[in-house]
Design a protein around this ligand. Structure first.
Ligand code: HPA
Length: 234
């Protein structure tokens, strides 16, 4: 057990999928895993371990934002030996070519700050995805016929943004979408020598102001979970 995860040693798999929302962790485990067992309830941040095609997988909520994800990712890597961590979450699109329900696979993630800023200080470290995972996820998405975009994303510290100028610069520099966790996941993976990737579903659009209807969210989310699982075990 750690401060924030109640699982016993050995109850967390080496492959961990991390949705922001703990209830999505529960839904994904019940939908995609066999023999899923709840291994964490601390603070309601649900985590489940089961198998997918005979391979052990944990699906653990990360909470929203990089400080929350940092707590769970640190404990999963350092205390439970997680080796492959894939964020599965939603994002807001920042380019016209990206549509609601499309999948974004993040090569890298720009930020204003991350919990790692204390280490990097004035260095602009470029957090990047694990290439093998990225390639496998792109292949899995293409094989499914998913509309997939691969490129840079923006990991913001705020959902209610007071810096429209910053979003304009992100759009101008080709950033595909905005979310709030991936950059720190990539920083931590680099620091600890493990593999990380973020596979995202576009839930809303910052340019057109469209949003995914709630009845569509589950189906689109499922496509992303399958892509993440296929990439993890490719
Ligand atoms: N901003 C930040 N995070 C998000 C958004 C957004 O617009 N949409 C989904 N996650």
């Amino acid at each position: 057990m750690t401060v924030h995860i109640g699982a016993q040693p050995g109850e967390i798999a080496e492959v961990v999928l991390m949705p922001g929302d703990p209830l999505r962790a529960e839904w994904a485990a019940q939908t995609f895993l066999d023999d899923a067992v709840c291994v964490n309830r601390v603070r309601g941040m649900l985590g489940y371990t089961g198998t997918w095609k005979g391979q052990r997988v944990t699906i653990q909520g990360s909470g929203m934002g990089m400080p929350s994800l940092s707590i769970y990712a640190n404990e999963l890597i350092r205390d439970y030996g997680a080796k492959t961590l894939i964020r599965i979450g939603s994002c807001g699109a920042m380019q016209e070519k990206v549509q609601i329900r499309d999948i974004i696979i993040a090569m890298t993630a720009s930020t204003l700050s991350t919990p790692s800023r204390g280490i990097f200080r004035d260095l602009n470290f470029a957090p990047c995805a694990d290439y093998d995972l990225l390639e496998a996820a792109v292949s899995a998405a293409r094989a499914k016929g998913s509309a997939v975009h691969v490129g840079g994303i923006y990991s913001s510290d705020v959902f209610y943004d007071e810096r429209p100028d910053l979003n304009e610069q992100m759009v101008r520099h080709g950033i595909l979408g905005v979310e709030m966790e991936a950059a720190e996941l990539y920083n931590l993976a680099a620091r600890h020598g493990v593999r990380a990737l973020a596979v995202l579903t576009v839930s809303d659009h910052l340019l057109t102001h469209e949003a995914l209807p709630s009845e569509d969210r589950e189906r689109t989310f499922g496509e992303m979970v399958e892509i993440a699982l296929e990439a993890a075990f490719a």
